[in-house]
Design a protein around this ligand. Sequence first.
Ligand code: PMT
Length: 289
Amino acid sequence: MYLFANCVAFFKCDYEGTRRVACVTSGGTTVPLEQRCVRYIDNFSSGHRGAASTEHLIKMGYAVIFLYRRGTCEPYCSSLPDDAFLECFEVTKESAVQVCQPYSEAVKRAIRDHHAAVAGGLLLKLPFTTIFEYLQMLQMIAVSSRSLGPCSMFYLAAAVSDFYVPWKSMAEHKIQSGSGPLDIQLLQVPKMLSVLRKEWAPMAFCISFKLETDAEILLEKADMARKKYGMHAVVANELLSRKEQVVVVTNNGKIPVYRDKTSSDSDVEKPLTKLLVDRHSVYIKDSNT
Ligand code: PMT
């Protein structure tokens, strides 16, 4: 209920203006194996794609709901070390805590930019861990975004579990290792992309991602997903090259997008979000005529 009210308030203040709102999903969902969870199956995703894309979308004038896996990359933290809290600060001789010199500028910039985005109503961060939390939160965001019509965008970069253990058949307590090999049946998680398009937010501009490790099947599978789930674009990426290049698959063709290799601090998310924002503009214009 709190989450729903939060999203509605976020959308409301933007709807009065002309602001576009993007829901960026990021990180991997987990599948618990026990109700009092000790063990779980995880999905690979560092959250870098979602966090970097969020920063670029905010720069291009979007307000962003960042639906992310707890503990993965967050916007404005990419220039900080992994254990930022411990590595960025040091204790002085007088036992005061201060920012270490090498990180001084990066920390100030991260804090300033993050504060400006949140205080300006441009960033709402909502964490999830399990597949159950993710799907419920996505539904609430989508339903409460309906009033924005074509001005809302879903940028589904999260790595979502394909298989799960239903709550009713899940062991309550920690599964005992002494009982021998583990035999669990995993059911298929229903793909929520069609439901999102048809029921939850039918007017929204929807972008899903397709990750494969085999380049041979990547583009064909991305195009199949686009048609099957009615996506406006599918971003196809291969595990090893995902930080250098992606291919945006649309009904007009396949557009490769590359990181600018002449600049060391560039990322592929900048040209990728620019392309998708341009497509979103065309979509909004077409929807209003
Ligand atoms: O986070 P990084 O380390 O930077 O890596 C980024 C990324 C590789 C994780 C990202 O670019 C990416 O490809 N994300 C999608 C990975 C994925 O789960 O692909 P998929 O083929 O399993 O799913 C395709 C789409 O279906 C996804 O948009 C997903 O949101 C959706 N899906 C998946 C399963 C499911 N049960 N329901 C869904 O709706």
